[in-house]
Design a protein around this ligand. Structure first.
Ligand code: BG6
Length: 496
């Protein structure tokens, strides 16, 4: 019996999502989706919440608006008109795997159609072909936050079980047409976002006054769980070689103090915020802690007769996380708070933060991977990670350049910890750098919060040439991937 960890070379990738990257919302055949109606608001503490949790009146205002400058997702990074150039840049970068998503509303403008829009099909035919030709593997997200707005306004989004059927039609088309190209896929991006950000996650309108009804939130999430299981069932029938996954935003919680109350709070927050979706989708059951949480919060979820059996029989092949920062939980709600991806956190005095307040913690990534692997024992992808920062383009010796040493440092430190996690025995498959080409921020609708190693010349108001420029991090990442694979090959040979 051997305790040797099976070694395989990690995959290094880059990611975008359709709504943040593509633009082209006015193209023939594309229907408006839930991201096209999110306005940009200059940064204030309230701006992110207001533009993330949309009410009916905000949506009507957006749909009646002729002026598209305030709705950055309608323009994205003008990916549609730059896609050949962008995929060539990714090939030059040398990434192993490209994660992107399909815009549901570009294929099915209202979500109710039976046949997809030919223009949308032609666009994705081209993307899949180019990515394959460039030698990259495909990591597909079927839906990354955006859904046809019609499904929200006339059907109630994911609250309505009929949305599952519309979604399955879309998924069936994707797998029958492009299944041969897809290596890994996710039915939903960060499925736990439905809980923190119900507009993005589950297409739920926020009541004009007051908070969301939690029963509606968890009912919508349940419907997405069922949709995930049904998509996996369908994919296994029509495109059996694709590997199915699930994904959550990982918050890597620490307790603020060793006080037992803080530690219990940590466990309880983790259960609902992070593990619930993983337990249902990767382990195949609603965990026992759900009952008390639902009870205490007056949450009622209606389930179909066969739902639990369906979930148990169609668990995913791998799990994935986005990881940007770690978080601290405390029973003292008055401690200093800072922002993070989807959740706020008590400030951790041991960590530096990004300009947006997200607490930078490479070791936390190794911890998160170890903890998750212990729980699920399935292969793990870091499907997203990176540093959102403000970059400036400068002219050096007549050449356009972007010097981003902070991003290089962030990525280098995080990559190191992924490699360490693999040495710990974690079955980690790879790390995918988020927003590899600058894209619109999902949280705050800004262009100036950039993650890319490829700079896009555009500002928050949509001004700019949208020209692409290599950042210093591009050359660093390219070199890193080359060196890594050279070393990995040598090590794997030695082990053989
Ligand atoms: C994840 C999302 O939550 O975080 C991405 O899946 C998003 O869509 C990323 O862009 C970074 O967040 P933000 O708000 O900085 O764009």
């Amino acid at each position: 019996m051997s305790f040797e960890t099976p070694k395989r070379a990690l995959l290094w990738g880059g990611a975008t999502s359709a709504s943040q990257y593509e633009g082209g919302s006015d193209m023939v055949g594309k229907g408006p989706d839930t991201q096209d109606v999110r306005p940009f608001r200059p940064r204030t503490s309230k701006a992110t919440t207001e533009t993330r949790l949309l009410t009916k009146s905000m949506v009507s205002e957006a749909l009646n608006s002729e002026f598209d400058g305030n709705y950055p997702f309608r323009r994205g990074s003008e990916g549609i008109s730059h896609c050949e150039e962008d995929i060539a840049l990714l090939e030059e970068l040398g990434i192993d795997i490209y994660r992107f998503s399909i815009s549901w509303a570009r294929l099915y403008p209202t979500g109710h159609e039976y046949n997809p829009s030919p223009d949308g099909v032609a666009y994705y035919d081209k993307v899949f072909r180019l990515v394959r030709k460039a030698g990259m593997r495909v990591f597909l997200t079927l839906t990354h936050y955006a859904m046809p707005i019609d499904l929200v306004l006339s059907d109630g989004g994911w609250l309505n079980r009929s949305t599952i059927d519309c979604y399955l039609r879309f998924a069936e088309f994707v797998f029958s047409r492009w299944g041969n190209y897809i290596d890994y896929y996710l039915p939903f991006n960060e499925i736990n976002a439905g809980y923190f950000s119900p507009w993005n996650g589950v297409g739920l309108l926020k009541p004009e006054d007051g908070p969301y009804d939690q029963s509606k939130v968890f009912q919508s999430l349940h419907n997405q769980f069922v949709a995930s299981a049904r998509v996996i069932q369908l994919q296994r029938r029509i495109a059996p070689d694709c590997k199915s996954g699930c994904m959550v935003a990982d918050f890597c919680y620490y307790a603020n103090t060793p006080a037992p109350e803080d530690n219990l709070r940590l466990i309880k927050d983790e259960q609902i915020n992070q593990w619930l979706a993983i337990d249902v989708l990767a382990r195949g059951f609603y965990p026992s802690y759900t009952a008390r949480f639902f009870d205490e919060h007056g949450i009622k979820v209606r389930m179909g007769e066969n739902d639990l059996e369906l979930l148990a029989q169609n668990t995913c092949d791998f799990v994935s996380i986005s990881y940007y920062q770690s978080s601290v939980v405390s029973c003292d709600d008055n401690g200093p708070q800072t922002a993070g991806n989807l959740v706020c956190s008590t400030v951790n005095p041991y960590l530096a933060s990004s300009e947006w307040g997200w607490q930078i913690d490479p070791i936390g990534l190794r911890t998160a991977l170890n903890v998750l692997y212990d729980r699920v024992q399935k292969p793990i992808f870091v499907a997203e990670g990176g540093l959102g920062a403000r970059d400036s383009m400068v002219f050096d010796e007549g050449e356009k350049r972007v010097h981003d040493p902070y991003r290089i440092k962030y990525l280098a430190k995080h990559f190191e910890q992924v490699i360490e996690a693999q040495k710990d025995g974690v079955g980690v498959l790879g790390y995918i750098v988020w927003g590899i080409i600058d894209i619109v921020s999902a949280g705050s609708c800004e262009m100036e919060k950039r993650y890319g190693v490829i700079y896009v010349d555009a500002d928050n108001e949509g001004n700019g040439s949208y020209e692409r420029t290599h950042k210093d991090s591009f050359w660093w990442y390219k070199r890193f991937i080359q060196d890594y694979h050279q070393k990995a090959q040598a090590t794997i040979k030695e082990q053989d």
